[in-house]
Design a binder for this molecule. Structure first.
Ligand code: GAL
Length: 395
């Protein structure tokens, strides 16, 4: 079965855009192995848009740009496979890709056969330049069938940006993941907006077909194709990665792995975080509470309080994991430090139950002992706390 758990890998778009080549892809493959990503579970190496010539050949086939890929795509695939990785490529359901290259509308069976002949294992399928008269569901279903017809296992990564509520139907056309939002940018507002926009859809994501909140920008530091706005801090990138894991989302790294600082290498290979993301039960997180951060208002004007409310900024989540474990997250989306409240009764654990939650901080490894009644940690602005928990008898 493809995508029993959320797919993990790397995609060229966020950092490189059209600056892709045979040499770059081989180097990334090398780094995925030498820096431990492959062994941590990152499997797919995906070339995004801008890999082909601007025209099909005389037989109507897509042609890799010989300047970028002088040995053709089969050679790239062979190299990637020789490293124990899987190879992903990109096309589009419209008449041209977003960057204006030929795409697969009315060429689905030809192109799927081409991809299969090169040894492709994953197809990201975009939505630009889709004809107004076209039927989106039918076209994604058509490419899905074309991939099946090749007889090769090709993971279908359907990217229609959340248009026409894909969480309601993408699983039914055979896709293994569906992009649920527009493009991520490498800044805090972008990734927090994406996460919040999907809260109601996490229940429509799971084994076989996952909600794809877009490629990660973790560690990009504003350097790349989707750099826009204020550069993220370490804590903000840690929040992005943790939220994606909490949601059980596909993790497609987007940073330049050749120059990533060590803290991001360890973040994206953090065993506890990956274990949460990859949990075999693939359950969505349970939203315990969505509230406001109360921040100080040091110079209140007349009629104002010495504190202010920042709405929709304090979130608590609980996620059931396999083996009797749980994840508990306190997210502070505001820019002010705050104590975030969680009454354990709100996650189904009244004091009278006789049970307590034993917590371990995922980021520090610290064990916090058994909690009953409530647990209200203080969380800096633009940061979160994440705990792995177990039920124990009350002390
Ligand atoms: C967008 C897509 C991006 C990237 C880009 C390539 O439509 O959402 O993830 O693939 O096209 O042009």
């Amino acid at each position: 079965m493809l995508a029993k758990r959320p797919p993990l890998g790397w995609n060229s778009w966020n950092t490189f855009g059209d600056r892709i080549s045979d040499a770059l892809i081989r180097e990334i493959a090398d780094y995925m192995v030498s820096e431990g990503y492959r062994d941590a579970g990152y499997e797919y190496l995906v070339i995004d848009d801008c890999w082909s010539l601007r025209e099909r050949d005389e037989n109507g086939l897509l042609v890799p740009d010989p300047k970028k890929f002088p040995h053709g795509m089969k050679a790239v695939a062979d190299y990637i496979h020789s490293k124990g990785l899987k190879f992903g490529m990109y096309s589009c359901a419209g008449v041209m890709t977003c960057a204006g290259y030929p795409s697969s509308y009315d060429h689905e069976y030809t192109d799927a056969a081409t991809f299969a002949s090169w040894g492709v294992d994953f197809l990201k399928y975009d939505f630009c330049n889709f004809p107004e008269t076209g039927n989106c569901r039918v076209r994604y279903q058509t490419m899905s069938m074309a991939l099946k017809a090749t007889g090769r296992d090709i993971l279908f990564s359907a990217c229609n940006w959340g248009r026409q509520e894909p969480w309601r139907w993408m699983a039914s056309v055979g896709a293994q993941m569906y992009r649920s939002t527009g493009d991520i940018m490498d800044n805090y507002v972008s990734f927090t907006g994406i996460f919040k926009s999907q809260l109601d859809n996490f229940c429509m994501s799971g084994s076989g077909c996952f909600n794809d909140m877009d490629m990660l920008t973790v560690g990009m530091g504003g350097k790349g194709n989707v750099g826009l706005g204020k550069v993220c801090t370490y804590e903000e990138y840690r929040m992005q990665f943790s939220l994606w894991c909490l949601a059980g989302a596909p993790l497609m790294m987007g940073a330049d792995l050749r120059s990533l600082s060590p803290e991001y290498v360890s973040l994206m290979q953090n065993n506890d975080l990956l274990r949460i993301d990859q949990d075999e039960e693939c359950r969505p997180p349970y939203l315990i509470r969505r509230g406001a951060v109360t921040a100080s208002n040091p110079e209140p004007k007349e009629g104002e309080f010495p504190w202010r409310q920042i709405p929709d900024s304090a979130f608590t989540f609980f996620r059931h994991l396999s083996g009797g474990e749980f994840a508990l997250a306190y997210v502070n989306f505001s820019d002010a430090e705050a104590q975030i409240h969680c009454e354990l009764v709100d996650l189904g654990l009244p004091v009278t139950s006789g049970y307590a939650l034993e917590l371990r901080d995922v980021y520090t490894g610290e064990t916090l002992g058994a909690k009953t009644d409530f647990f209200n940690p203080t969380v800096p602005g633009h940061d979160m706390k994440l705990y792995l928990c177990r039920l124990v008898k009350q002390p």
